[in-house]
Design a protein around this ligand. Structure first.
Ligand SMILES: [Fe+2]
Length: 451
């Protein structure tokens, strides 16, 4: 466990902190992680020459009373991602912060605002968050020849201009290539290099960032729990995404995030996954040995859903869930045993307010699944941020399960807005293009998601 040392700003340690740190020493970040009522997680990556690192933070307009928290863990490695956990903050308060690298300030002041305590006091806040999946950043030496797969990365500059409570990365957040996924070093290289791109800088510090993964940031295309470097991938995920927690018993990366009166269940569709081609049924019955979430995660998800009283329970999964046309791509409903178990549980336990949030497909859409005697389930698919667009083809062009008018076949991100009075909360979904134009939208009221 990393020990953290608190030093106040009148300490001699900081007397030399007026000169600015050379820019090459900060490889990436800051990236804002989870911000709660009295805590904030802030991530940064420094280069191997850095010997001393600290964060300095203060209430906006009160820099005289700043606090400096030194990083007391290991530095000097080839890759040095560091997450500061800051506590003891005041609620509903803006803080500014800066980093001190080898006793020089970065001069790059950023800020965050702690949450307001609304519970038992006032109505749940209206808020928006952003989401999206599939971010490919070109690096021609390692990319496939021909037309670059990655598109205009300035979509992240556009996203930085959309004020939101947080961003949820829905997987394929970077793409490991052949030089990456065959070695642990390669996996670290890809995370480090893509995170360092200047086009991400404004966005990563503009709002808290949460993530799940999908195949490409876990390992090779369509990879599963048999991937031999999966524990290195997990370590990297934990080092690059300051999520609240990472699975259980040292396995997986699933966790939960709450904002206002919405609960988000961030699932792991890779670590425990069986091979896609494992037989889905045996003697006409779902194969109980073909896993998607795995036993421990599925039990966690079911319990966490039953515990939740949120009017909207958003289940984030790397790949689609409900699309009935799924022969050519990955989807939870190709894993019949766990798909059926989850659906039976939602029915039997009368879980209200469930919506799936998914990525991976290289287009965006809303899929609807009617359930006899129960409310319809929806799967909001948001993809791609910067990777190649794949237009739907064949029978999927006229997919009867797609909510009409929701198909987006260009690079986009999604803004989800939660608003309205108690008992009538509404979710508004907007698929937004590279330059900020709304390409499609759809909404649902909590009353439509009840038994
Ligand atoms: Fe994927």
């Amino acid at each position: 466990m990393k020990k953290l040392l608190m030093i106040f700003s009148f300490s001699p340690f900081l007397l030399s902190s007026f000169a600015q740190v050379p820019s090459h020493k900060i490889i990436a970040g800051p990236l804002l992680g989870q911000v709660e009522l009295r805590t904030a997680a802030i991530w940064i990556q420094v280069d191997s020459s850095v010997r001393k690192l600290a964060i300095k933070y203060w209430k906006h307009n009160d820099k005289d009373r700043s606090v400096t928290q030194a990083f007391n863990g290991e530095l000097g490695m080839e890759f040095n991602p560091v997450t500061f956990q800051v506590g003891g903050l005041d609620m509903n308060t803006q803080y500014d912060y800066d980093f001190i690298v080898d006793e020089k300030t970065s001069g790059n002041i950023a800020s965050f605002k702690t949450k307001d305590l609304w519970q038992w006091r006032k109505p749940a806040p209206d808020f928006s968050f952003l989401t999206g999946s599939c971010a490919y950043f070109n690096e021609p030496a390692f990319d496939r020849p021909g037309k670059p797969y990655g598109g205009d990365s300035t979509i992240f500059e556009t996203m930085a201009k959309f004020p939101a409570a947080f961003m949820l990365w829905l997987g394929d957040n970077w793409y490991t290539r052949e030089p990456d996924f065959l070695s642990g070093w390669g996996l670290w290289y890809r995370a480090s290099r893509d995170r360092s791109l200047p086009v991400l800088r404004n966005f990563l510090k503009s709002m808290p960032q949460y993530a799940i993964w999908d195949d490409h940031d876990f390992g090779p295309d369509d990879s599963d729990g048999s991937y031999h470097l999966k524990d290195i991938s997990r370590k990297i995920f934990m080092s690059y995404w300051p999520n609240p927690s990472y699975g259980e018993n040292g396995k997986g990366i699933y966790t939960k995030v709450s904002y206002g009166d919405v609960d988000l269940f961030l699932t792991d569709d890779r670590y425990f996954r069986s091979a896609n081609d494992l037989r889905d049924s045996i003697d006409g019955k779902p194969n109980p040995n073909k896993h998607f979430f795995g036993r421990t995660q599925l039990d966690w998800l079911k319990n966490a859903l039953a515990y939740s009283e949120a009017p909207f329970k958003l289940i984030a999964i790397g790949s689609q869930v409900l699309n009935p046309i799924h022969k050519e791509f990955e989807s939870l409903n190709r894993f019949s045993a766990e798909y059926t178990e989850l659906m039976d549980f939602l029915n039997a336990q009368r879980i209200d307010g469930v919506i799936f949030l998914t990525g991976d497909r290289h287009h965006s859409e809303v899929i609807k699944a009617d359930r006899p005697g129960n409310y319809a389930l929806y799967d909001i698919t948001s993809s791609p941020l910067t990777s190649g667009v794949s237009k739907v083809s064949g029978i999927e062009v006229q997919n009867p399960a797609r909510v009409p008018g929701t198909l987006v076949e260009e690079r986009n991100f999604t803004r989800i807005t939660v608003s309205g009075n108690k008992g009538e909360r509404k979710i508004q979904v907007e698929f937004i293009g590279l330059h900020g134009a709304t390409l499609a939208n759809w909404s649902v009221n909590e009353r439509e998601l009840k038994h």
